[in-house]
Design a protein around this ligand. Structure first.
Ligand SMILES: *Cc1c(COP(=O)(O)O)cnc(C)c1O
Length: 373
């Protein structure tokens, strides 16, 4: 009898198409930002229905570039959902501004206008709704509110390439969208990111700051700002181009596997499966379920691991992390929806190569583990 192979949370789906694209870059000898980056930007911008795409080294640097381009700085506040990867708030801190953490709806893991509206002050400059795990936040009311108050909306779409909201792609619903191409996301370049926007002036500013603040005119640079080097390499953009061509197929296969999870886990006591709200468009960057309060989630993770299956928490409740507690005086549990999501969420393996057999094994193991918990 052979042991079951270990099932990882995600496995990148890379193959011949990506290799052939990278070979072209090797042959061209042009390794830094060049024609492949331009083509990748065009592919993502067109998919997102945005006028401009500005490729970066990660979603973190995309978010930082966005906040920097808006000249957000000391004395400013930015509204950030508490239940997110720390990068969403860290970039605000790095600009010398204050991230104001707001609660989320644990049923969707996303922020609503109700969470945001009461937290706006005269110092607020921007709102960063997060499209969590591939599901859009309910952004239309947030954007309408922001317009009324003169605030900018930066969509943290790190998990959301391909995600739609009432049928429209996310990333150009607000003023700026920030995407990730880390291997845990829907498509990958190894590391990588992009800012999308319809705003020409912001796009120019983002491109300037991405490249050291340098402006090229008449064959030479003048330096107009203390910018960054957040440029993507053509090697990575080539991988992204091939991945973009397969995005729809990968999303479709993941959605099919999610249907499998839904049938296999139907009626399971102790677990609540993710919902699709009326705006739909979930691409399941991650399949994240909630366990009942009485269940020790971390024990479930270790018992799943004993069955050769990797699972993990959903994401972090920032207010409860040491930096945010120390710096802003939050106490653990201050934002109860986010805190519940942090403590009780469980991410199950999901990637195009998982297969029906993988789904059956994970679901069977989870049923056994929860029966014991
Ligand atoms: C992954 C993630 C990021 C950071 O993405 P990187 O490309 O790894 O920098 C930011 N925000 C959210 C919501 C994420 O899930």
């Amino acid at each position: 009898m052979t042991a079951d192979p270990f099932i990882r949370l995600v496995a990148p789906d890379l193959g011949e198409a990506e290799l052939r694209e990278v070979e072209q870059v090797f042959a061209s000898g042009h390794l830094t930002q060049g024609p492949k980056v331009e083509a990748f930007e065009a592919a993502v911008a067109s998919r997102v229905e945005a006028a401009h795409g500005i490729a970066t080294t990660s979603a973190t640097t995309a978010l930082h570039l966005a906040v920097a381009a808006l000249e957000i700085g000391p004395g400013d506040e930015v509204i950030v959902p508490d239940f997110t990867f720390p990068a969403t708030a860290n970039v605000v801190v790095q600009q010398g501004a204050r991230p104001v953490l707001v609660d989320v709806d644990p049923a969707t893991f996303t922020v609503t206008l109700a969470n945001v509206a009461g937290m706006v002050t005269e110092k607020t400059r921007a709102i960063i709704p997060v499209h969590a795990f591939g599901l859009a936040a309910d952004v239309d009311p947030i954007v309408a509110f922001a317009r009324e108050k003169g605030l900018t909306v930066i969509e943290d779409a790190a998990c959301a390439i391909g995600t739609t909201y009432h049928g429209r792609p996310v990333g150009a619903i607000g003023d700026l969208g920030c995407f990730s191409f880390h291997p845990r996301k829907a498509i990958t370049t190894g590391e990588g990111g992009m800012v999308t926007t319809d705003n020409q002036a912001l796009a120019d500013r983002l491109r300037l700051l991405r490249n050291h603040g340098g402006l090229r005119a008449a064959g030479r640079f003048t330096f107009e700002a203390a910018g960054f080097n957040y440029r993507m390499s053509d090697i990575l953009a080539a991988i992204g181009l091939a991945q973009m061509r397969r995005l729809d197929a990968m999303i479709a296969e993941k959605r099919r596997l999610v249907d499998g999870y839904r049938s296999a886990l139907a009626g399971l006591a102790g677990a609540t499966l993710p919902i699709e709200p009326i705006w739909g468009g979930h691409v399941y960057q991650s399949f994240v379920i909630m366990l009942d309060d009485a269940i020790d989630r971390d024990l479930v993770i270790s018992r799943m691991r004993a069955r050769e299956i990797e699972t993990t928490l959903g994401t972090y409740a920032l207010h409860a992390e040491p930096f945010f507690r120390r710096t802003y005086g939050y106490r653990v549990g201050d934002l109860p929806g986010s805190w519940a999501a942090y403590r009780h969420s469980l991410t199950l393996p999901l990637y195009p190569g998982l297969g029906d057999g993988g789904v059956a094994r994970v679901a069977g193991a989870l049923r056994d583990v929860l029966a014991q918990a």
